[in-house]
Write a protein that binds this ligand. Sequence first.
Ligand SMILES: C[S@@+](CC[C@H](N)C(=O)[O-])C[C@H]1O[C@@H](n2cnc3c(N)ncnc32)[C@H](O)[C@@H]1O
Length: 468
Amino acid sequence: MPSRTPPQRSADGREEEGQGLAARRVAWAVLQAVAAGAYADGALERELQRQPLGPLDRALATELAYGAIRQRQHLDGWLDWLGRVPASRQPPALRWLLHLGLYQLLFTARVPAPAAVSTTVELAKRGGLARLAPVVNGLLRQALRKREAGEGLPLPADPAQALALAQSLPPWLAADLLRWRSATQAEAFARASNTPPVLDLRVNARRSDPDAVQRALAAVGVQAERLPDLPWGLTLRGRSGDLRQLPGYGEGHWCVQDRSAQLIAPLLEARPGERVLDACAAPGGKSTHLAEAMDDVGEIWAVDRGAARLQRLARNAERLGLRSIRVRVADATRLATEEPGWVGSFDRLLLDAPCSGLGTLARHADARWRITPAAIEELQRLQAALLQGLAPLLKPGGRLVYATCTVHPGENRDLISAFLDQHPGWRPLPLPPALACRSAADPWLELWPGEGLGGDGFFAAVLQAPAA
Ligand SMILES: C[S@@+](CC[C@H](N)C(=O)[O-])C[C@H]1O[C@@H](n2cnc3c(N)ncnc32)[C@H](O)[C@@H]1O
């Protein structure tokens, strides 16, 4: 049984009284760091190094920090409703502390309401906001009374604004979602994006098998279940903490890969001995999957413009015992001119394009507050340039898979349709029947968070180059 962190001493020498105050302090620091521009996962890592926590407190800090970041828009709505000063004009330290308290009151079943209020007030006193502690106490108690009376946040009449506020989405995304999907589907997307993501593994076919991995994990008390339609997939139940410590990681028996991402490499149908290009490859989830599927026989070129990320790919391949992958740092839009010998030389080509990541909002708590429509337009230009620049590298009749982890049609089906219009002779290939019935837009693979598989949102198109 994991133990709670022993009581810590705060700056004024008093003991943290074993009520998870240290975990909440970490979460508060993460909220402040993210608001100042840090990435959520990096900020959490740094705070946990500064203030080491036991497994239970670490899980609590993670849940509170990521949860409150996802719910930022909704929690600001509560502050605007109940506070004397609108959220955007509150002193930042107070605003994010109130978010932490409100999140516990409104979204966590396991934190009793009195503990949510008292720990938040205590943090205010110890964290330089002693003068504002009565404000914190008053606002949280007011929220509690509203909740107990069954009153929810009043919503505007406009459907997009209401969705944005109720489900904590940026208003532009809520409006787009309602254009792309029905109101029910848009809400399902938002709910899934606000839920902690699943944690899936892909078993390395060359080193182990799912039953053996399940047994090894069960021996250390970790429950793993098989995933339907994914012969090498497992999902972990109720797990957080350092996965690298689990049995089989160091031996390369498995790697972490979301269930939706596990569907992409098989679409290439690569066979042993073939020459395959993975053009945006790092950190290598799909390159390594391809190598495993090809029995590690053949030549897989893993290209990426991020040198550090490619080093991570090389380490992953080594840990998994895969030798058919070769790495190369390059701008993939320019490969055809920089490597003329590669033109027309690949049997298969995977373009797992850089994208807005709208299918993985649950996994990246702060992503929705960073991405903008202008950045998405910029990404679309890059995606089109990558597709255009890479197409000549395929052999006649070769197979190209274009994939993203976004649900934005402009990065997905619209982009592919434009490519097909401009490239006569290229044609879309049908999905395998087991996938076609899961997709929202056959012949494209279109997976939406909140629908179907329960993993990330993903898109893939399988295209065939003209024969000679
Ligand atoms: C979605 S990620 C790839 C994930 C990877 N395929 C996997 O399964 O682990 C997109 C990658 O594209 C890379 N990238 C972005 N622009 C690029 C370019 N012009 N040329 C090559 N790589 C690029 C990024 O560095 C990033 O690693």
